[in-house]
Design a protein around this ligand. Structure first.
Ligand code: NAD
Length: 434
């Protein structure tokens, strides 16, 4: 089948490459010339494990190409996916749909023959209806359907998530669209992936409900972690004790500095706004948004307490800047609040991240000192803070840390170390909820 993917970012590029790997002929479109030029040279503009091999393999096989020419790309395809950004709209917290609607107008002008227009971006309930109205207005004669196909991939494991998803959700209002979507995802039938067909509005809401639920689960265990600290309980044991209950499940019960990233923060806020607009407020999610924002800020206080109550004049090594490991994505990362908070309290920040530093340099104060590796970052530091649990930070040599650092404080915001081990190595260890 022929597919056009509008938006060659984290979702569009991975989805496009995976559809090509399924055997479809895919063309990815982006408005950023530099991105498309890089892809045409075989360079991958983002860090996602395995993506270079997947993209270039399919590019050489002639199934995957890249262009800035949307009109040419859309002509004659069976399906065109909209995978553009839907960031928080300034001022009111709703999802900014301007990129989606612009893409819809451009697609409308270019379609030839029957085309399924699919929203893959995360969009509020009712957006597919609006896309349909836009396309109908621009092309009263157009032969098309609009479907919703939210994406559930996780950055860092995106290819595997796309190829072996827990489920595929498709919202469609007619059989023609359903048949095209079924054919596109046919390779997944082999491993019996459930394909959940729903109405478009339901499909749109499933995505927000999923992200809000996961954000709630994280926020729940984070508050339980605070209670553990006050009561002398251990949050990791609590998480295991409750997670083994099949009704609760083990995943998303790691206490930490608060959720961040390109999805949970904006999607929880957008759901809150949509729910208020429809007069059915989701008060749990409203609270989750507030608690999480407070939590990210409160981490600085935790680091300050570990440093005997003052950060002024101290040097803090921050390990990990991206919102999670195995990505270069810095959007809404907890490190943004934490690093700025440390600087505000008079600390010098020496930072390292395996993939996030180029992006971090654009987002963080230029006072931050970027270092080549974890040991360079800790040199002469009073305290070491683990913000993101990259594998390279999981087995640090504590003898070496002792010789390089001037202080003895370790703050582990991801609970990756054993307290006894760190204490025996001569450090004052602070973790989350234990
Ligand atoms: P992104 O910012 O990485 O990519 C979006 C791309 O779209 C950019 O490269 C931008 O230049 C391009 N673009 C914007 N307008 C365009 C247009 N008119 N024509 C062509 N290209 C255009 O964003 P992302 O992380 O890939 O997210 C895309 C959508 O998928 C969002 O709605 C997001 O919520 C959702 N989503 C993201 C993830 C994730 O992990 N990143 C997971 C699931 C869903």
């Amino acid at each position: 089948m022929k597919v056009a993917m509008i938006g060659a970012g984290y979702v569009g590029l991975v989805s496009g490459a995976c559809f090509a790997d399924f055997g479809h002929e895919v063309i990815c479109v982006d408005t950023i010339d530099a991105k498309i030029d890089a892809l045409n040279r075989g360079e991958i503009p983002i860090y996602e494990p395995g993506l270079d091999v997947l993209v270039n393999g399919n590019r050489f096989a002639g199934r995957l190409s890249f262009t800035t020419n949307l009109a040419a790309a859309v002509k004659g395809v069976d399906a065109v996916f909209i995978a553009v950004g839907t960031p928080t709209r300034r001022g009111d917290g709703h999802a900014d749909l301007s990129y989606v609607y612009t893409a819809a107008e451009d697609i409308a002008k270019a379609i030839t023959g029957y085309t399924v227009i699919v929203t893959k971006s995360t969009v509020p309930v009712g957006t597919a209806d609006e896309v349909e109205a836009i396309v109908r207005r621009v092309r009263p004669d157009g032969d098309f359907s609009v479907a919703s196909n939210p994406e559930f991939l996780r950055e860092g494991a995106a290819i595997d998530d796309f190829k072996r998803p827990d489920r595929v959700v498709v919202g469609a209002e007619d059989n023609r669209a359903r048949e095209v979507m079924r054919a596109l995802y046919r390779p997944l039938f082999l491993n019996e992936t459930p394909i959940v067909f729903t109405s478009r509005r339901t499909s749109e809401l499933i995505k927000y409900a999923a992200n809000a639920f996961l954000a709630t689960k994280i926020t729940f265990i984070n508050e339980i972690a605070d209670l553990c600290e006050k009561t002398g309980a251990n949050v990791q044991d609590v998480a295991r004790g409750i997670g083994l209950d099949g009704r609760i499940g083990k995943k998303f019960l790691n206490a930490g500095p608060g959720y961040g990233g390109s999805c949970f923060p904006k999607d929880t806020i957008a759901l809150v706004r949509t729910a208020q607009q429809f007069g059915a407020p989701v008060r749990i999610v409203e609270t989750v948004v507030e608690v999480n924002a407070d939590r990210k800020k409160s981490m600085v206080g935790k680091i300050e307490s570990a440093c005997d109550g003052s950060l002024d004049g101290k040097t803090v090594a921050v390990l990990g800047l991206t919102f999670k490991p195995e990505t270069d994505d810095m959007r809404d990362a907890p490190s943004l609040d934490i690093v700025q908070g440390l600087l505000d309290k008079g600390a010098t920040v020496r930072a390292h991240d395996p993939q996030g530093m180029p992006e971090a340099k654009l987002l963080l104060s230029n006072q931050v000192i970027y270092c080549d590796g974890p040991y360079a970052a800790v040199t002469d530091a009073d305290a070491l803070v683990i913000v993101t649990e990259w594998n390279v930070y999981r087995a640090l040599d504590f003898d070496k840390l002792r010789s390089l650092m001037s202080g003895r404080v370790v703050v582990d915001l991801r609970n990756i170390y054993d307290s006894d081990h760190v204490a025996q190595a001569g450090f004052k260890y602070t973790a989350i909820g234990r």
